[in-house]
Ligand binder design. Structure first.
Ligand code: ADP
Ligand code: ZN
Length: 437
């Protein structure tokens, strides 16, 4: 394969030089952070009073962690390091787990962020001849404008379609010859089901690639989308605290996400002890943003679970790769004492080909016990009034799940298109157990 680089020198910089660059940037950002009341106090308590107190990259471990809680406490301006009139944009997180947090950008911050998104898009093989339909929510959510400007920087024709309205999305794809889309994986599955329902022929589309992210999904889900739509799907990871998309992205080898280490310092820690995990093991991702001045954030506990690949990538990039993010530390369900991540369920059901493109996990209390119900749609062409094969399928799903997750779930099958679809991040879990028990 011939790999293309947006910035070949930076993307293939020898590790020693890359780390020297990171140290230089870390010192700069510590100096910037010291201008904010929050870090002046936090860093001061840790004995860091100026940039020269950071002498090596390992010194990052002297920097205290920042949590989502800290960011909320600092709302609205506690993390602002530049005069307000230098700020040109703000974004906020989607608020999946509570009150949203706000991030500010100055002009250079936007330029640097755009550059990382452009680099990510280019790494998948796109170029200026592509037509890019950004099927994701625009607005405070970073995925809309982040990809929008990144796509423009690459020189693609960008269609700011936003999320939702599949019929209109198909029309745009056909009218303008869309070759690449960006969406959540759950929306891509929905698009595919709708295509079949509305009789949109695959041949009428010029689609080649999709960037899928903003929520966890399994390798089986990726393969399913790729097989159904005949496209390449690239995993895209980002979070508003670290600008948004363009933090880590898959290259054409589609095997792990390169984290752009000239923009971010990544650490993986044990979420309980907060000590680094042995190289290659899974833990909580901690990120330091080196590329944003207006809202500096150091050692942010993302709560996202992943690990580093230890082998270099065949594409020649020296920036390390992260494993597919399986979920957040706070996604974990405890069902009758057994720990379970929704991604474990997804992995099982998406590997069964008769299962349709949408599912929902429901947890309830039944007496003193927790009861897990997995609701899945059936694939098109499977009829709800044909009970024999349906019961067999239900039983197969239940058995496979039970052997993989050691919990015996109830399985419900639903007609294709009948489970709720969200335009943004999918809500896969409904936990109806009383909160205080
Ligand atoms: P919120 O924290 O409110 O969801 P964001 O919109 O900033 O706000 O979302 C960032 C989060 O989305 C990440 O921390 C991660 O949990 C999830 N996420 C983003 N991209 C991916 C991905 N490719 N795989 C798994 N999870 C992802
Ligand atoms: Zn690579």
């Amino acid at each position: 394969m011939i790999y293309q680089y947006w910035n070949e020198r930076m993307e293939t910089l020898p590790r020693a030089e890359l780390e020297a660059y990171q140290l230089e940037q870390l010192k700069k950002i510590v100096a910037v952070a010291l201008r904010t009341p929050f870090y002046q106090k936090r860093l001061g308590e840790a004995g860091i009073h100026d940039a020269d107190d950071i002498r090596s990259l390992a010194d990052i471990r002297r920097v205290p962690f920042t949590t989502k809680h800290d960011l909320r406490d600092g709302f609205p301006y506690g993390f602002l390091s530049v005069p307000k009139d230098e700020v040109i944009r703000l974004h906020a997180s989607s608020g999946t787990t509570g009150t949203p947090t706000t991030i500010y950008f100055n002009k250079e911050d936007i330029a640097r962020w755009t550059n990382f998104v452009a680099r990510s898009i280019y790494a998948t093989g796109c170029n200026k001849t592509d037509v890019f339909q950004n099927m994701i929510t625009y607005g405070l959510f970073t995925g809309g404008l982040g990809f929008h400007f990144g796509g423009e920087a690459v020189g693609m024709l960008v269609i700011p379609s936003g999320a939702g309205n599949t019929t209109r999305q198909f029309k745009l794809m056909q009218d303008f010859g869309t070759t690449v889309v960006h969406a959540t994986p759950s929306f891509l599955l929905h698009v595919e089901a709708k295509m079949r329902e509305e009789g949109v022929m695959r041949e009428s589309l010029a689609l080649k690639r999709a960037f899928a992210g903003a929520e966890p999904y399994s390798e089986d889900t990726r393969r399913r989308i790729e097989a159904l739509l005949h496209i390449d799907v690239y995993n895209s990871y980002g979070l508003s605290e670290m600008n948004g998309p363009g933090v880590a992205f898959e290259c054409q080898t589609k095997d792990g996400l390169h984290i752009w280490e000239d923009g971010y310092i990544a650490e993986i820690v044990n979420p309980d002890t907060l000590e680094p995990v042995p190289d290659g093991e899974v833990g909580e991702l901690v990120l330091t943003c080196l590329c944003r001045e207006a809202s500096p954030i150091l050692r942010y506990r993302t709560r996202d679970l992943t690990g580093f690949y230890t082998e270099p990538c065949s594409c020649g990039r020296t920036h390390r790769r992260l494993r597919r993010i399986t979920g957040r530390t706070d996604d974990m369900l405890i069902i009758n004492g057994v720990n379970l991540f929704p991604s474990q369920i997804e992995e099982v059901i998406m590997s069964i080909k008769e299962v349709g493109n949408n599912y929902l996990i429901v947890v309830e209390k039944e007496g003193v016990l927790d009861r897990l119900t997995v609701k899945t749609e059936v694939g098109l062409g499977i009829f709800m009034d044909d009970t024999r094969p349906l019961n067999a399928l239900k039983e197969r799903i239940r058995k496979t799940l039970q052997s993989m997750i050691t919990i015996n779930p109830r399985v419900e099958l639903h007609e294709s298109g009948s489970l709720p679809v969200s335009e943004g991040k999918a809500k896969r879990v409904q936990d109806n157990r009383p909160k205080d028990v």
